[in-house]
Design a protein around this ligand. Sequence first.
Ligand code: SAH
Ligand code: SF4
Ligand code: F3S
Length: 492
Amino acid sequence: MTTTRHTSESQNIPAGAAAPQLCVVTFGCQMNKYDSSLVEGRFRKSGYGTTSSVEDADVVIFNTCSVRDHAEERTWSWVGELKQLKKRRPDMVIGLMGCMAQRVEEEAFKRAAHIDLVAGTRQFQHLPQMVEEVRSRRADSSLSRSDERVAFTDMAAEVPVDRTGEIWTGGRQAFLAVMRGCALSCTYCVVPMTRGGVQSRSIPQLVQEARWHADQGVKVLTLLGQTVNSYGEDFSVPLEGQPRGTGRQGREGLGDLLRALQEVPGLERIRMITLHPSYATRALAEAMRDCDKVDRFLPLPAQAGSDPVLKRMKRAYNLDLYRKRADTLRSVLPDLELGSDWIVGFSGETEEDFVGSQRFLEEQQFIVNYIFKYDERPLTKAAGFPDDVPEAIKKERHQRLMETSERVQRARFEQWCGRTEQVFLEAVSPRDANILQGRSVHGLSVSIAGGEELLGTKVPVILDECTAYGFSGRLARGTASEDLACNGTEGK
Ligand code: SAH
Ligand code: SF4
Ligand code: F3S
C-alpha cells in the first residue's frame, strides 16, 4: 500500500451518467459535523449527490470519534454492518476519517478488511481524489487487495477550506471551525494526539466563510474549536508599532474575531464551543459585551471539583483559578450562564474528591452539564495511572452528579421563569407543526406556539413554564421595559 497526495479537483464523471452518491456517517462532536459538511461540499463539487442511506451510496465515509472507547466501538459496529453490502456491491468505496481514523491509521485495514481508505483529521480535503485513486488501483489487475488501499494521515499544518461554488443545504444554522487542535495535555485526553497542535484560521478567511454562510441564509453560527478561546495562540506577536489584538501578548484573539463577525450582515446569533478556563480573559468578555449577536452562554468545562484531581488531570488550573476566571467573565457580563463537562471516577478520585465536584457544580450554578465516566484511553498519560475506581462506583457517581445537575438546573430555570428572553426561533417542532423551537441568548431551549413566518427571527418571549428540558413561552409584543429585561439586566 502506498500513500499518495492528490491535488486535482476535477473527477471523471461521464456527462449524462447518474451522479454517484456519497453517504457520510458522523460520530463525535460538532467539529466532526462541520468536517462532514466540508467533505460533502467537496464531493458535490466533484459531481456527487449525497444520501443518508448507506444502501444507496457508492461511497460511504465514517467520520469517527475516539474520545471514549464507546464511540470507537459504535463505529466498528457500523463498519461491520457494511461487510455483507460490500460483498454484494464490490464497487463501493468505504472510508474512515476523523479522530479514530487518525488514531488507528492503517491498523483499520487489519480490523476491517473491507475498508478502502483512511484519511486523518487534517487530510479529509483529499477524499474525492483518494476515492478516485482507490478506483484506479482496483482497475489495475496487477495490484493485490492490500495495494488498492489508500491511507493519508499526515498532520498537515493547515486544512484548506474553500467553499466557493458550493451550495449550502444545511438550513439556518452552521458551524465554523475557527481553530483546530489543542496545545494542552490533559492526562486523560486523546484529542491532542488525534487533532494535533493549535492551528487557527485568519480573521479575513473566517469572515469570508461567515459571509458565504449568511448570503445563503445562515442566521446562527457556532464557532468551534477544541479550545476555541485559545484562538490565535499560534499567530505571531505583532511587531512594535503594529495594531495589537485582544489575545495573549497582543496577538489577535477570539475577541477580535467576535468583533469582526458581529459586522457580518444577515448573521443574527454567534455561539461558541468549547472554551478552556485558562484562556477565559477579560478581553473576551468585553468583546462579548460589545457584540449583541453573541450569546450570553459559554461552555467552560471544570471537569472536576477537587484540586488534587485537577492536578492529576493536568488541567492547568485549580479551583481558585477557575473561580477567578469565571468571576472575571461575570464581572463584565453579569447575566452570563455557564455550562460544564465533568469526568467522574478519574484515577484516584476519592469520595471526598467527588463530593467536591457536586459542591463546585452547585457553587458555580452551571446551567448545563455533560457528565462522563472516566474511560482510560490508549497512549494517554493517565493510561499509566491505575484506573482504580470500580465501574460500579463510577456509575453511582455519574448518577449522583446527574441528580446534582438536575437540581441546579431546576433552580436556575426557576429564576428565569416568568422573565422575558430574546429567543431566536430555529425549527418547527418535529411533534407539532404549530410549535416553534429556539434558543434564548442565555442558551435556554424555548418553545412557543407560532407559524413558520417567525422562523429565523429573534423575538421577545415570556417564559411561562419550565420543564426538565427547557421552557414553553409566548410572544411578548416588545415594550421598552420588556426589552430591558431581555438584556438580562433586570429581575434576577
Ligand atoms: N476541549 C474540551 C473537551 C473536549 S473532549 C475541554 O478541554 O474541555 C469532550 C469531553 O469529553 C471533555 O470535556 C471530557 O469531559 C470528556 N472526556 C475526554 N476524555 C475523556 C476520557 N478519557 N474519559 C471520559 N471522558 C472524557
Ligand atoms: Fe483534551 Fe484537555 Fe485539550 Fe480539552 S483542553 S481537548 S480535554 S487536552
Ligand atoms: Fe471525538 Fe475527536 Fe471530537 S475525539 S469529541 S471527534 S475532537
